[in-house]
Design a protein around this ligand. Sequence first.
Ligand SMILES: [Ca+2]
Ligand SMILES: [Ca+2]
Ligand SMILES: [Ca+2]
Ligand SMILES: [Ca+2]
Length: 138
Amino acid sequence: MKNILYLLFFLSTPLVCQAVSAYDTNDDGEADKWIEDFADGHMKITVDSDYNGVVDRVIRFDSEGRTDYEEYDFDLDGLIDTYYFYGEEGLERQEIDSNGDGKIDIWVHLYKGMFMKSYERDTDFDGIVDQKKEYGSE
Ligand SMILES: [Ca+2]
Ligand SMILES: [Ca+2]
Ligand SMILES: [Ca+2]
Ligand SMILES: [Ca+2]
């Protein structure tokens, strides 16, 4: 499921990037923050927050400046472990790799950007959801 979402994400992204700006925020001579402006007005910020040369944070903004996608490597092991997907009402879904094996094992669905609608978990990390909980949606 995660791969399909990813594919759609990239297919909906214009392939032509207008401009990339690289920044060296800690003055060590290596770029650690990149800002890309795309032809359709959206923007992407990529950050290497611990300056080890490996990107650990990506944030995308739509043409109106609203966040529409984020990914983080919170434990800085080089693998992205948390993804945020945004819709019209703000944050819609969070996907988490809680054991650092590179595979999502928690899916959280939200409404109105902050209320939990439901979640699914793969508690034994075999790739199959084994726990689901639904909350009220309104
Ligand atoms: Ca730097
Ligand atoms: Ca890093
Ligand atoms: Ca990680
Ligand atoms: Ca996992």
